[in-house]
Design a protein around this ligand. Structure first.
Ligand code: ZN
Ligand code: ZN
Length: 258
């Protein structure tokens, strides 16, 4: 199932007060909860989710003095994902010094009232993670706010889920119906030398990074990309050419990660 995005315009976001710090990639994503009471009525009324996200933005801008809401994306119990700062932009919610390493995704549950995330909320968090991997070079890590920072966030329930490896509810396996379909082969083989540049290169690099390979998502297919490609082809018993042909491109999305 594709991500069900609630754009900033749709939720009535205030414009940011300044320009964002840029990010080309991160180690992954940190999961947050609200830390306060969440009205359980939001489960029956998505309009209440929208109101809540707006009030969080107001609190971050007027209370904390931040330039915008602190989260990259916000997941609600209707499997909808609100655009916060979005991919490629430095979040503010992880704590000083910890924002460039991970994007920040909020799940709309708290420490009172609505405490337990439903399946739609967990799926929405994972939809947000997939989006940040595809568009923002997020790496494989899914951690809790409390990892490396003194806080009880993201609360007991979400943190237990994170510690189990943040599985898709219902035990979806890779390749199942909820997996996004892989992007079509760009129609040219990505290879080096000479240095090759393009969105197709960036798309492939972002996916490889999300699979756990260490490389820059810079849209330039050079020595490092070739090296990663060769190692990946070796691992998947593909012809080791160092060039991303159709079979390698498809395997990038379809082959199991391990
Ligand atoms: Zn947090
Ligand atoms: Zn909602």
């Amino acid at each position: 199932m594709a991500i069900d995005l609630v754009t900033r315009r749709e939720w009535g976001a205030r414009p940011p007060r300044g320009s964002y710090g840029r990010l080309t990639s991160t180690k992954g994503v940190k999961v947050h909860y609200t830390g306060g009471r969440v009205n359980p009525d939001i489960v029956d009324d998505h309009a209440k989710c929208v109101a809540m996200v707006r009030s969080i933005q107001n609190f971050h801008m007027d209370g904390n003095g931040w330039m915008d809401i602190g989260y990259s994306m916000i997941a609600c119990p209707h499997r909808k994902v609100f655009e916060g700062r979005g991919p490629g932009r430095l979040p503010a919610a992880n704590g000083a010094g910890l924002n460039s390493a991970h994007y920040a995704v909020l799940g709309l549950v708290g420490n009172a009232g609505l405490v337990q995330p439903n399946d739609d909320l967990l799926n929405a968090i994972l939809d947000a993670v997939d989006h940040l991997r595809a568009k923002g070079g997020a790496g494989r890590e899914i951690k809790g706010h409390r990892d490396g920072y003194s806080t009880d966030c993201p609360g007991q329930a979400l943190y237990a889920w994170v510690r189990r490896g943040a599985p898709r509810p219902g035990g979806q396996t890779p390749g199942g119906p909820q997996e996004p379909s892989p992007p079509a082969f760009p129609g040219r083989v990505l290879k080096y030398p000479p240095l090759m540049e393009g969105e197709d290169v960036r798309t492939w690099q972002a996916k490889m990074k999300a699979r756990g390979w260490s490389l820059e998502v810079d849209g330039l297919y050079g020595e490092r990309s070739r090296e990663v490609c060769r190692a990946f082809q070796t691992e998947k018993s593909l012809p080791v050419t160092g060039a991303v042909d159709r079979a390698t491109w498809d395997a990038t999305w379809k082959a199991p990660v391990t």
